[in-house]
Design a protein around this ligand. Structure first.
Ligand SMILES: [Zn+2]
Length: 493
């Protein structure tokens, strides 16, 4: 007993890999105004939850940063040392349950162990699995792998493609563990479960469980709370937020910054990162792209695109039905209550993977934020791998069955712009979400030439035009927008 107690105390006192500079804290802050939401863009917000009186978890790296945060918002200290490993109060039997599925799932695994598992699966399930060792090479030279699970007797052209992605954010360890869990269920069921065998004839499941291998390894060796990839920004800072780097048509506009040290730094250009462009090029090669899910943590949310605008996507009704059903199915497993929302109901963000797959590929795009809601946060103990895997598998079964029963969800491209702007009204918020955007001081290009969408704050005339023609601020600044410089502002270009 004494030995056990000593071991327990040692465990409680242990710390995850921590960068130099000493303990860092987490504050619980209430966001009441647009200005406060904008100010948070330069902090590391663990659980983005914007809306009236939204309570968010915000990290501070120093006493100075904590004082700055508390001068901006009403905050209370939630955790004085975010690197301290929390005591595991989860289901004591869950680790054994995970190990019974496969010892691989008894703990969070390193990059090389996950690669070994993919190689092992390739040998065991070669009838239904194709292993692609490298769809991209990271900044530090690691391969980004993919697997395709499908019935190889049915030609690709006769099947729809579903894409599941994991580990885009390094510290979200439950993401790759869960993606591997549901892949394992497809594989083990491929020969024993008639429903799964039927799915494999109708779909090819393209699975990329490790989108950010450099950042992930960094969380084991150097900094447990690392989020971005490991691009050397050339100014003493590291990393791009991969989930702000996708070329979704709105890159750099919302919920992101151009400050290299920020956690939501969008990178120097759309698809500047090998991990995002390599994955995008790979996914784009598949026929009949139908739907995708990008797995993150934490917040327990099932989010349907779009995230770059509060406007409904053309598929809002059916995607809400699907998202709500996933939440109910998840709840049915362990009675864990996730929430189904439009991605933009959480906070506006652009350059995000689910918007890329919907706006560029026409797919029904989702992001699922896994457990928990902030008790353990990113340091979710390994005893949660099985419960999360089990409940998400419940949601996935509903999701696939829904796609089987609804084979004609229209492509989710943005609506085509009308040729006249006289009937286009200003975009209005349909939710309680607070728009978050960086404050632009100059326009990305002259309002007298066509180009990327402009921010309304960059110029008074641009603001007037976007108020009447939201397309110019959300999609692109085309020749109609240029013409409105004269018709709306009375300015001759
Ligand atoms: Zn994430």
């Amino acid at each position: 007993m004494k030995l056990f107690l000593l071991a327990s105390l040692a465990f409680l006192a242990s710390s995850s890999p921590i960068p130099s500079g000493g303990p860092q804290s987490l504050y619980s802050c209430t966001v009441k105004t647009q200005e406060q939401a904008d100010a948070l863009l330069h902090f590391d917000v663990f659980n983005h939850r914007f809306g009236p009186n939204a309570v968010v978890d915000v990290r501070t790296r120093s006493a100075t940063e904590a004082a700055k945060l508390k001068s901006l918002l009403s905050c209370t200290l939630k955790n004085a040392d975010i690197y301290k490993v929390p005591e595991d109060l989860g289901d004591a039997n869950a680790i054994q349950r995970a190990a019974a599925v496969d010892p691989f799932f008894s703990d969070y695994q390193r990059y090389s162990t996950i690669i070994s598992k993919l190689v092992s699966w390739n040998a065991t399930y070669s009838n239904v699995l194709t292993y692609v060792p490298s769809i991209a090479v990271s900044h530090q030279g690691r391969n980004v792998p993919a697997i395709i699970i499908t019935d190889k007797s049915v030609p690709s052209s006769a099947k729809k493609t579903i894409w599941w992605n994991g580990m885009m954010h390094a510290r979200e360890w439950i993401s790759p563990a869960t993606v591997m869990w549901i892949a394992n269920n497809l594989l083990t069921g491929s020969s024993s479960d008639a429903t799964i065998a039927s799915w494999l004839k109708q779909f090819q499941f393209v699975i990329t469980p490790m989108n950010n291998p450099d950042g992930y390894e960094y969380t084991f060796t150097t900094d447990r709370m690392w989020r971005k990839n490991l691009r050397d920004n050339g100014d003493g800072t590291l990393g791009v937020d991969l989930n702000r780097n996708w070329d979704d048509g709105h890159w750099g506009q919302y919920g992101t910054t151009t400050t290299t040290s920020d956690e939501t730094y969008c990178g120097p250009s759309p698809f500047s990162e090998p991990e995002t462009i390599g994955t995008a090029n790979f996914i784009s090669t598949f026929p009949n792209l139908y739907s995708g899910i990008d797995f993150h943590s934490y917040s327990e949310l099932v989010l349907r695109s779009w995230g770059w605008t509060n406007n409904d996507s053309p598929n809002e009704a059916i995607l809400k039905q699907l998202g709500d059903g996933i939440v109910s199915a998840i709840y049915g497993v362990h009675q864990e209550q996730y929430t189904s929302e439009k991605a933009a109901a959480l906070y506006l963000a652009s350059g995000v993977s689910d918007d890329w797959m919907s706006t560029k590929l026409g797919m029904a795009g989702f992001t699922i934020e896994l457990r928990d809601t902030g008790n353990y946060g990113f340091q979710l103990p390994n005893s949660f791998i099985a419960p999360v895997g089990e409940e998400i598998w419940g949601g996935i079964k509903f999701y696939i069955d829904f796609l089987v029963k609804n084979p004609n969800i229209p492509p989710q491209y943005p609506t085509t712009k009308k040729t006249t702007t006289t009937t286009v009204k200003a975009a209005t918020s349909t939710t309680a979400a607070v728009k978050t955007t960086t404050v632009a001081t100059t326009c990305a290009h002259s309002k007298c030439v066509s180009g990327v969408a402009l921010r309304s704050s960059c110029d008074a005339c641009v603001g007037k035009i976007i108020a009447q023609d939201s397309y110019c601020g959300s999609t692109s600044w085309d020749s109609v927008c240029v013409g409105e410089v004269k018709s709306i502002c009375g300015i001759t270009c």
